[in-house]
Ligand binder design. Structure first.
Ligand SMILES: Nc1ncnc2c1ncn2[C@@H]1O[C@H](COP(=O)(O)OP(=O)(O)OP(=O)(O)O)[C@@H](O)[C@H]1O
Ligand SMILES: [Mg+2]
Length: 384
């Protein structure tokens, strides 16, 4: 029997990538349809563990399979220059017959001509002319087009305003390539709060026009397949009732699919079939783990007031009314509404109809109920 097939780790491709057909289709169509196609500029958002990195990885694979050159990075300060000097330079070195004349490195271009010690080769010690991100990308796109009949895909994960200058530099370069008809595709991904901060910056209007994909709750059939098929492929079965319970336990959330699957499998790996009892234990363990891996970091990103807003919501059993939240926080409605807006933008909460608000992250209420913020709030405001 094969080992546990599930992958409850950030950035690790799951055994079955569920519900991403549309995103991949738009991207692949973009490669085929050419400059100006919506798939040539995509922006993916979703909460922690919604599958952004894994989607970027499959997009990169789809591009590589079609002969495209891929330059991928996690966003950080200095990333544009770093890419120019490492990945772009390396690809130019591999594919551009003229590269040696302006990229005077011997072996791996990632050495970048810096820091060569006494053992450095002659080429290492020759200073490399600085390649800007834009000129590197333009040159590489021309080479890919002329020699391979393809283009260059740039992916940026974890986009964030702290690296605004780099995001601008990269998106400007991509935009120029588009204008000049070069074969370039661009896909960025980030948390909703980071992306909404970025989009309010005028200079990133390019990103605002990109084709937007929000990775939210998955359809039930997709979750079912994402749980059942890997189990079958790995040589075990799962009872129908147990599968229903597991599907329900994930709340349609990608990271929980892996956590619930992994934990349910682990309950008794020697039995041929996964039972309701195994899944019960699995969901319980998964929710505990989600607290540390999803809820804690998500709450850490927020301000104190944001957190007490959420804690005030957690007191209700279902969707909350803004008036109740304001009263529990001891603030007026205008003030509460400002925070409501912020949390909606950050996709921590959603509108649940008739002016009510619900939590976006699965099991966040349960987590908050066990959290000191909620307890302090409910004892300070005994009337709630
Ligand atoms: N489409 C999918 N089907 C099944 N499982 C998935 C899918 N997408 C992601 N997962 C699983 O969910 C987990 C989180 O995925 P990923 O690391 O891509 O999330 P993320 O959105 O990048 O999170 P973060 O914001 O923390 O970087 C991984 O364990 C991954 O295997
Ligand atoms: Mg990620």
């Amino acid at each position: 029997m094969a080992g546990n097939p599930f992958t409850p780790t950030f950035g690790v491709t799951p055994p079955l990538l569920a519900a991403r057909e549309e995103e991949l289709e738009v991207f692949v169509e973009g490669l085929q349809d050419g400059v100006g196609s919506p798939g040539r500029a995509m922006l993916v958002t979703g909460s922690r563990g919604s599958g952004k990195t894994v989607l970027l990885n499959s997009i990169e694979d789809a591009a590589l399979q079609r002969g495209w050159l891929v330059v991928s990075a996690t966003t950080g300060v200095g990333v544009a220059q770093e890419l120019a000097q490492t990945r772009l330079a390396q690809l130019l070195h591999e594919h551009d017959p003229e590269a040696r004349s302006f990229l005077p490195t011997g072996g791996s271009a990632s050495v970048a001509g810096f820091g060569a010690g006494a053992q450095g080769t002659y080429e290492d010690r020759v200073p490399r002319p600085t390649l800007s991100f834009r000129s590197g990308l333009e040159r590489l796109a021309d080479v890919a087009d002329a020699r391979l009949g393809t283009g260059v895909l740039i992916t940026l994960d974890e986009v964030h305003t702290s690296a605004l200058a780099d995001v601008r530099q990269i998106t400007h370069a991509v935009q120029h390539c588009f204008r000049e008809g070069r074969q370039v595709a661009f896909v960025a991904a980030g948390l909703p709060s980071s992306v909404s901060d970025l989009l309010s910056d005028q200079v990133t209007s390019f990103l605002r026009r990109a084709e937007r994909f929000v990775l939210g709750t998955m359809p039930e059939a997709a979750v079912r397949a994402a749980l059942a098929e890997p189990i079958k492929m790995a040589g075990r079965t799962i009872d129908d009732e147990a599968l229903d319970l597991a599907v329900d336990g994930t709340r349609g959330y990608p990271f929980l699919i892996q956590l619930v699957g992994h934990r349910s499998w682990r309950a008794d790996p020697d039995q041929a079939s996964i039972t309701v009892d195994h899944v019960r234990a699995g969901v319980e363990g998964a929710v505990r783990r989600a607290g540390r891996m999803i809820h804690e970091p998500a709450l850490r990103d927020l301000s104190d007031v944001d957190r007490s807003f959420l804690a005030a919501m957690a007191i209700d059993d279902g969707p909350s009314r803004i008036a109740d939240v304001a009263r529990r926080m001891g603030v007026d409605l205008n003030y509460a509404n400002q925070y409501r807006r912020r949390l909606l933008d950050a996709e921590m909460i959603t509108a649940a109809g008739r002016g009510r608000l619900a939590f976006e992250l699965p099991y966040l209420r349960d987590y908050l109920i066990d959290h000191p913020v909620t307890r302090a709030l409910s004892t300070n405001n005994p009337q709630t």
